[in-house]
Design a binder for this molecule. Structure first.
Ligand SMILES: [Zn+2]
Length: 107
């Protein structure tokens, strides 16, 4: 809503919704499938592998109506992965860190 949405619709190169393992590029704010990632051969690109559960979750949060965004719960590894992904994404978009967040993580 503030202009920070990543492009999670499909692989940025082949356009497939899901094509094997999917990855998120923090640099391009886009998805890329394993085949296209290998074909692009960009070893310097910072990329995060997305489990199918994490990809489903971030798509749901990104593309759902605002009143539905909080209508789900996560458990276990997917919960941890989602919070880590969301935090990393937001901090990169904002281009800064927060002393209070750093402090929170220390305690
Ligand atoms: Zn692809």
């Amino acid at each position: 809503m503030l202009g920070f949405l990543p492009d999670l619709r499909a692989c940025r190169s082949c356009g497939k919704f899901i094509n094997g393992d999917m990855f998120f590029s923090y640099e391009n704010n886009s998805l890329v499938c394993e085949a296209c990632r290998e074909a692009e051969n960009n070893p310097g690109e910072e990329i995060k592998p997305l489990t199918p559960q994490l990809l489903h979750t971030v798509r749901y949060v990104t593309y759902s109506a605002v009143e539905k965004v909080y209508g789900f719960s996560l458990k276990g590894e997917t919960r941890k992965d989602f919070f880590e992904f969301a935090e990393n994404y937001l901090l990169r978009q904002l281009g800064r860190s927060f002393n209070t967040l750093d402090y929170y993580k220390k305690i």
